[in-house]
Design a protein around this ligand. Structure first.
Ligand SMILES: C[S@@+](CC[C@H](N)C(=O)[O-])C[C@H]1O[C@@H](n2cnc3c(N)ncnc32)[C@H](O)[C@@H]1O
Length: 221
């Protein structure tokens, strides 16, 4: 098991791993566990997690979460990616917004097994409902697959991201519209982020792991 340039991420051949900071033997989505010496690792599947896809693809700065003490995650779903971020940042407060009560139940169960996760049942389009609970965070992560994704990212940046805070925006191109070319949709999303005061540091297509998705890496000006 080799460390990678990404804090808290390990590699064995092409496979990525994080160290399990949940209870020993805990599986979140059926992932493979491996023990090396006294350390238990959880395999991180780039076909199941767009953040693992981003790491696998390369091309993004590898300081995205280095030193982050707090994180706001929009669109937690059942907690697949959240669980790996919880492994990677065991000392950070991780606030997770999810609007579907069906997804929220497994997220709550996950948080019972990882004390630094704070799930919030809320709509990411209404950051004023949770900004007081979250405060200012070092890192904003969004994966909500909504038509107005870029606007949601900008609003949450304004509400909750610290000055010079970092952002990871997983843009699902076809959730915006079916009727225009992908390149135009990505360009428009970038422009919306820039108009919202964000610097776009990198753009990484996530194919073949997550087709139709582009990660935009940002920093608040
Ligand atoms: C593609 S899934 C996220 C997968 C997850 N990020 C992962 O990698 O494990 C999108 C999630 O965003 C949630 N979602 C969509 N719109 C939302 C909104 N406006 N506010 C909060 N959650 C939202 C959906 O309910 C769904 O669970």
């Amino acid at each position: 098991m080799e460390p990678t340039p990404w804090d808290g991420v390990y590699r064995d051949g092409r496979d990525l791993y994080t160290t399990n900071h949940g209870p020993p033997g805990d599986r979140v989505y059926g992932e493979k566990l491996r023990t090396v010496g006294a350390v238990e690792y959880r395999q991180w599947d780039p076909f199941r997690s767009k953040l693992a896809a981003l790491v696998s693809r390369g091309g993004a700065p590898n300081d995205l979460w280095a030193g982050a003490r707090s994180l706001l995650y929009l669109g937690g779903a059942h907690g697949t990616t959240v669980s790996h971020l919880a492994d990677i940042l065991p000392d950070a407060a991780i606030y997770v917004i999810e609007k579907s009560p069906t997804s929220f139940a497994p997220l709550l169960a996950l948080a019972r097994r990882r004390a630094h996760l704070y799930p919030i049942l809320a709509d990411a389009q209404l950051p004023e409902r949770y900004r007081a609970d979250v405060g200012l965070v070092d890192l904003l992560y969004q994966d909500v697959a909504q038509r107005n994704q870029a606007a949601i990212f900008v609003e949450n940046t304004r509400a909750s991201l610290a000055p010079r805070g970092r952002g990871i925006f997983m843009l699902k191109v076809r959730s915006v519209t079916q009727s225009r070319p992908s390149a135009a949709i990505v360009r428009e999303a970038r422009t919306e982020l820039e108009r919202g005061g964000l610097e776009v540091r990198a753009e990484v297509g996530l194919s073949p792991f997550a087709r139709d998705h582009v990660a935009l890496i940002t920093r608040a000006r």
